[in-house]
Design a binder for this molecule. Sequence first.
Ligand code: NAP
Ligand code: GLV
Length: 310
Amino acid sequence: MDIVFASAQEAEPQAWIEALRDALPGARIRLWGDGQPEGHADFAVVWAPPADLFVREPRLRALFNLGAGVDALLCLPGLPDDLPLVRLEDGGMAVQMAEYTLYHLLHESRDFGRYERQQAEVLWRPLDDIDRAAWTVGVLGAGAMGARVAQACAALEYPTAVWSRSGRAVPGAESYGGEAGLVAFLARTRVLVNVLPLTDATRGILCRRTFEQLRPDALVINIARGGHLVESDLLAALDSGRLRAAALDVFEREPLPPAHPFWSDARIRVTPHVAGASLMDRTVRQIADKIQALNRGEVISGVVDRNRQY
Ligand code: NAP
Ligand code: GLV
């Protein structure tokens, strides 16, 4: 069995290759572009792979993504229509996404920014007690990431809801589904957390129309994809006071260009696409288990539905 590893962003690809070799003894695993003979790979393990992958590796039986979101893979020129794409089903990202959300939720709901300013002024002044009912959390997406984010917020007794295509239930959260459920979901939400996949149906969902339907003084947390956000609408909603703040981990252009206005906007907290990193041990174990299952002729989970795009 031949496996090619191709990750444009991975600083230490050799460590991943060693981990794959440990998990799949007997497999021939090589790094894309290492000069060894090409064209024999059965499987590719990738993140932002080169566009000529499919020309140079025409025998692939499946393409394993090193992350949850497959939007970039689906845009790759030459991607064969019948090649199964397998997304990562929580390679340790979900708990990090929950941490990220809680950090920003708590910062706003407990007014920790104000305490930081008070410390700078040597000011001892307790603020009002927290009113959890005023901090309704709404999570867009109820999959591996969304469910964990929602459960973390609900565990701290923030009134929490999830919105998904199917109206999937998440313990501890109210559940809304489809276009019909979106209006009611937004109307009850003050802290909007986006963990949807980027698809034709979800692109630009964080826009003026959405912001206008939220409860006043809202917080937006985008940890899914930059393509979900209409940047000019976010700035306008912050300027008008419709939104109080935003926490953004993902951007239409990454790295975020140095001259981008988000960098210097005190109402926006920027992180460099780190909300939920794929952890090597869990990721490699999951992919190796699925490769072994395919070799036994079994059906695996996480295969992307090309029509739904996730
Ligand atoms: P997932 O398990 O496939 O879940 C996707 C969820 O979105 C499902 O609940 C699905 O509804 C819902 N959904 C999809 N299209 C929809 C639509 N048109 N309307 C309403 N709901 C819709 O995906 P995941 O593993 O949770 O990952 C979600 C996304 O998070 C990824 O695609 C990626 O972009 C992002 N992510 C970012 C980071 C980071 O570091 N920033 C890390 C990991 C993931 P159903 O349940 O009805 O199918
Ligand atoms: C990260 O962005 C992922 O999709 O896993």
